[in-house]
Design a protein around this ligand. Sequence first.
Ligand code: AP5
Ligand code: ZN
Length: 216
Amino acid sequence: LNLILFGPPGAGKGTQAARLQDDFRLPYVATGDILRAAVKDGTELGRAAKAYMDAGDLVPDELVIDLIVERISADDSRDGFILDGFPRNRAQADALGEAFDRLGRRITAVLLIDVPDDDLVRRITGRRVSAKTGRPYHVETDPPKHEGRCDIDGSRLIQRDDDRPDVVRKRLEVYHRETEPLISYYDDKGLLRRVDGTRSPTEVHDHIRAVLATLR
Ligand code: AP5
Ligand code: ZN
């Protein structure tokens, strides 16, 4: 199963990935998580990426494409993976397609989690994430069992630096301009599957499982 989770900021990609990982035990490759870890560790990548992320812009392709292509070419991804946050523009989509051709593999599906902009802002402002793994929660719609602590790793829940309202607006703008055109790109290839992302996390998860069952 080579699955791409696609959708605007706050659509629930990370939330659904966490549930799908429990279902399928596949490597979860989240570009945003990888970049945030690099920023936290102060690596060369992190130092180069930070300003773009803080501004809500895409990090340049040169920093992202090779990183992700290498990651999904690694041995532990041979049986499949769940990709979140990549590709985000045409150049990234083309690079991913070429990498798949080279590896003799194919994308199983691109799952679009569809949510209108107004809901997204509300979701992102209420989001809290595990300080350790980035696993997302929501203060109202998806609270942790123990306040302020991740159910899985017990670490503190924090707010992401780029979840400030002005940066969220910018991320939405970038999504509509650069990333949304990939919907028709993948639809034309017959790979796109739409999921109504406005229902509860559990309902969205059930819907995704039903969609995947028709593909395998
Ligand atoms: P990234 O980390 O990928 O962020 P994003 O795409 O903006 O998406 P989010 O993580 O904000 O949302 P999500 O869909 O995962 O939602 P979540 O499940 O958390 O990217 C961050 C930055 O990194 C980018 O801006 C860019 O700078 C850089 N970057 C990343 N990839 C890149 C690339 N390929 N190229 C260049 N730059 C790149 O849910 C959100 C909230 O809603 C949570 O609180 C959750 O609990 C709640 N929620 C989830 N589902 C539901 C539901 N069904 N009902 C109610 N609430 C829900
Ligand atoms: Zn996410």
